[in-house]
Design a protein around this ligand. Structure first.
Ligand code: NDP
Length: 449
């Protein structure tokens, strides 16, 4: 009889053979697969149904040309993607990323993670992701609009309120969702909840902007509670200074912690007085400025350029990586541990390398993996879909209260699954297993599709 380990290893070999050049995708798959071995030992019928090999192959990948005209009248061409990974438990759901680094491997890793994350929220949403190697930085509003319209011209053929519901991610915020939604509506003549992260006057949900950052902090609160700790007086590092980072900092301060550092790709700022969130919002959400401007505006704050130091060298109790994938490596994890970090909650997707995760787990640091800790964003997106379907809108407190309960539930389910499968305290294993089981049951019930 095939053991769980033999089955998982054999599928991973096939995945490597077929996707050897997709480093980020393989990294995400390796992390999940390692956790699932005991599940296949317990449920051999999933081996008979070859469930893992089916799950790791996207249901559909669309790659398309996005031509647009810049302000100088020159024709530019970018590449667009949508990966529709799994619709086992609901319509595909996952963000769009506009960043020059975007390629098929990055979109596939994000889409694969999204399957488990969405399952963990307890809501009926499948996994998908998309984006483009378009760089919104330095582009005029008109250029962004023309790009979004060209992107949506193709994307609109593949999405729909009951089929696939994209949202924002890196480089895609309220402005981009507005242009994308407006064009979808024009092309299809339908006012439906086909995108989430919409503006409040045209179908958006209160607390969606705040959801991912707040959620990562609510998740950390559960991890601290399990250690008999709370946020009071704790010092935190938050990388990034985008949507997730800003609202993680805001919630940390509201709950009694002090975030003293944040960053962008040009470097990081250290502010021993605590990051001034209103200043950060003005610089990043309104002026779209670089992070050095924060240090220029605050007498006690310092700026360190990228490459001349790391935000993870600062002494702190808590770390919230909220920028991008693989931004926290083994050495940096060791530094954080040596400096006394007790909890790490991942706001970004796959920000810690596999080696860094091992360092945290071996040191007894409470570690909240991305698919659990940052699920608050997609959870509130699903609440936005529910409000759109019901032609209604809920108050901020109502949505925030549901978000809190969802994050608490994700923590509890992940912790329980880790315990059930003999890895108490390991939320990486717990989140992977808890997310997987629901999808596996649905796939098994729906036959070979
Ligand atoms: P934003 O575009 O709002 O902000 C991204 C931030 O990360 C910016 O400060 C950016 O700096 C920095 N960053 C991006 N790429 C790099 C890089 N290669 N090196 C260093 N810094 C970088 O994105 P979000 O805040 O929405 O997303 C951040 C992370 O959170 C991503 O991993 C995303 O997938 C994840 N996430 C987001 C959700 C959401 O609801 N928005 C939901 C769940 C996860 P710069 O401006 O210089 O590029």
């Amino acid at each position: 009889m095939t053991t769980g380990k033999q089955y998982v290893d054999s599928v991973f070999e096939k995945v490597k053979a077929q996707n050897g050049h997709e480093a980020e995708f393989l990294q995400a798959v390796e992390e999940v697969f390692a956790s699932l071995v005991p599940v296949f030992d317990k449920y051999p019928k999933y081996i008979e149904e070859n469930l893992l090999e089916r799950l790791v192959e996207p249901e559909r990948i669309v790659s398309f040309r996005v031509p647009w005209v810049d302000d100088k009248g020159q024709v530019q061409v970018n590449r667009g993607f949508r990966v529709q990974f799994s619709s086992a438990i609901g319509p595909y759901k996952g963000g769009l990323r506009f960043h020059p680094s975007v390629n098929q491997s990055i979109i596939k890793f994000l889409g694969f993670e999204q399957i488990f994350k969405n399952s963990l929220t307890g809501q009926p949403i499948g996994g998908g992701k998309g984006g483009s190697n378009f760089d919104p930085k330095g582009k005029s509003d008109n250029e962004i609009m023309r790009f979004c319209q060209s992107f949506m011209t193709e994307l609109s053929k593949h999405i729909g309120a009951d089929t696939d519901v994209p949202a924002g991610d890196i480089g895609v915020g309220g402005r981009e969702i507005g242009y994308l939604y407006g064009y979808y509506k024009r092309l299809r003549n339908e006012y439906t909840g086909v995108l989430t992260g919409k503006g409040l006057t045209w179908g958006g949900s209160l607390a969606r902007t705040e959801a991912t950052g707040y959620g990562a902090v609510y998740f950390a609160e559960q991890m601290l509670k399990a250690r008999g700790e709370d946020f009071n007086g704790k010092v935190a590092l938050v990388s990034g200074s985008g949507n997730v980072a800003i609202y993680a900092i805001e919630k940390l301060h509201a709950l009694g912690a002090k975030a003293v550092a944040c960053s962008d790709s040009s470097g990081f700022v250290y502010d021993p007085d605590g990051i001034d969130v209103e200043l950060l919002k003005d610089l990043k959400e309104v002026k779209r400025a670089r992070i050095v401007e924060y240090a220029n505006a605050r007498p006690n704050a310092t700026f360190t350029a990228a490459g001349e130091g790391s935000i993870w060298d600062i002494k702190a109790d808590l770390a919230f990586p909220c920028a991008t994938q693989n931004e926290l490596n083994e050495e940096q994890a060791k530094t954080l541990v040596a400096n006394g970090v007790i909890a790490v909650s991942e706001g970004a997707n796959m920000p810690s390398t596999l080696e860094a995760i091992d360092v945290f787990l071996n040191a007894g640091v409470s570690f909240g993996p991305a698919k659990a800790a940052n699920a608050g964003g997609v959870a509130v997106s699903a609440l936005e879909m529910a409000q759109n379907s019901g032609r209604t809108s809920w108050t901020f407190e109502e949505v925030d209260g549901k978000l809190y309960d969802i994050m608490k539930g994700i923590y509890e389910n992940s912790a329980a699954a880790a315990k059930e499968f003999g890895q108490e305290g390991n939320l990486v294993v717990g989140a992977n297993i808890a997310g997987f089981l629901k999808v596996a049951e649905a796939m098994s019930a729906q036959g070979i599709v």
